[in-house]
Design a protein around this ligand. Sequence first.
Ligand SMILES: C[S@@+](CC[C@H](N)C(=O)[O-])C[C@H]1O[C@@H](n2cnc3c(N)ncnc32)[C@H](O)[C@@H]1O
Length: 200
Amino acid sequence: MTYNRQDHYYMKAKKEGFRARSSYKLIEIQKKYDLIKANDSVLDIGCAPGSWLQFVKQRTKGKILGIDLVSIKPIGGIEFIQGDINDKEIQKKIIQKFNVVLSDIAPKTSGIRERDQYLSFQLSRESFLIAKKALKPNGNFVVKTFQSQETEELVKEIKPYFEFVKRYTPQSTRQGSKEIFIVALGFKTTSSPKLFSSKE
Ligand SMILES: C[S@@+](CC[C@H](N)C(=O)[O-])C[C@H]1O[C@@H](n2cnc3c(N)ncnc32)[C@H](O)[C@@H]1O
């Protein structure tokens, strides 16, 4: 599908100093779900070129860490790691404790729909597995995925770990785009004590 690259949000981003139009998707999610609070620490997975990081920096005084395959132009006060989220060594570096984990991650698209959808599903699921290890109790998680038959599977997998889980498509998503965001609020730790023990 062809689209107008220089649309309203593209022009708005240019005017307001954001590195990409995708900033407005996060701004909409923030407005609707109050995702990031004033002192929250935030991990941003798939952060390049950095427009989500720019917005996150406006929102919080907490620690901010970004990770991407490709490098970004530095942003003052934000830590950045270049690498692949599937790499276990990279995971060791990024799995710290955060109030919020964001993932706008997307594969390099090939145009072969099923392939792109599946790669997106894998990256979104990996982001969730990282979030599960990196989130503080009651933390929030947002992940982008290309809608496919696997989306339901992913939502089902995420649901038991959060108080609230919803699919959301921001207005600023390009027309015709099949991407959606899964918004998951109130991370529940899985380490709740057992109610009964066989030894008692
Ligand atoms: C849509 S862009 C993110 C835009 C960003 N939220 C912003 O507002 O500037 C998706 C990013 O995911 C990154 N990505 C894809 N696969 C990745 C992987 N395996 N590990 C880390 N980053 C990855 C891409 O390099 C790309 O920069």
